[in-house]
Write a new protein. Structure first.
Length: 204
């Protein structure tokens, strides 16, 4: 699927461990708050495999580029809970959490690239400074991340949900994020797309 960081991110969502550095400093909490106002306009690819399973279910959570643009996909699932509404809501919540997790990893990589530049050194931006900015954040609200599709496995009765956010929406929200260092925010606007393309997978 995805290479380098994306392999680690996707693997962690399937029971593996994401590198501790990607979580340091409360990035997941911060990103969840940044995305609360987002509403995705992404149309979902309805293609399926030979068994009728949507491709997005097989692909899982990822970041990808396509003719539609740069997108973050979060896929969550829930087993049969005996209550369809509760089961769907659980899968939706997990899909939104996947978006926050992947976005946290993306911002961590962007911040590392920024730290590696001379500009970061000049303004005194370090990983420790970035972490301190997020320490006070305690509330998380993921409900604003839109779930754009569902699929139910008829055999296992598992429900799958997919949430999506595009890069333009992320850029707009980051521009309003007071929690982010202004120099890092400017760097994301300048280099965010290039970094996204470097770590994403291409969709036909």
């Amino acid at each position: 699927m995805l290479k380098n960081f994306c392999d680690a991110v996707v693997a962690s969502g399937r029971g593996g461990k994401i590198p501790a550095a990607l979580w340091k400093g409360g990035w997941t909490t911060a990103v969840a708050l940044l995305l609360v106002a987002c509403a995705s306009t992404t149309s979902l690819d309805q293609a399926t495999d030979a068994s009728g399973v949507p491709l997005w279910v097989n692909q899982g959570s990822n970041i990808l580029t396509s003719k539609q643009g740069r997108r973050f996909h979060g896929v969550g699932s829930a087993p049969d809970l005996g209550d369809f509404s509760l089961q769907t809501a659980t899968a939706d919540t997990r899909a939104r959490q996947e978006i926050a997790r992947i976005m946290a990893s993306y911002i961590e990589i962007v911040s590392r690239d920024f730290i590696a530049t001379g500009d970061a050194a000049e303004v005194g931006f370090t990983a420790q400074k970035a972490a301190r900015q997020m320490e006070h954040v305690s509330s998380i609200d993921l409900t604003g991340i839109e779930v754009v599709g569902h699929w139910r496995d008829k055999d296992s009765r598992t429900i799958y949900s997919i949430a999506a956010v595009d890069m333009q929406q992320v850029r707009e929200v980051i521009n309003k994020a007071a929690e982010l260092d202004p120099e890092l925010r400017d760097f994301i606007h300048r280099e965010g797309d290039r970094i996204f393309d470097r770590i994403s997978t291409a969709e036909d």
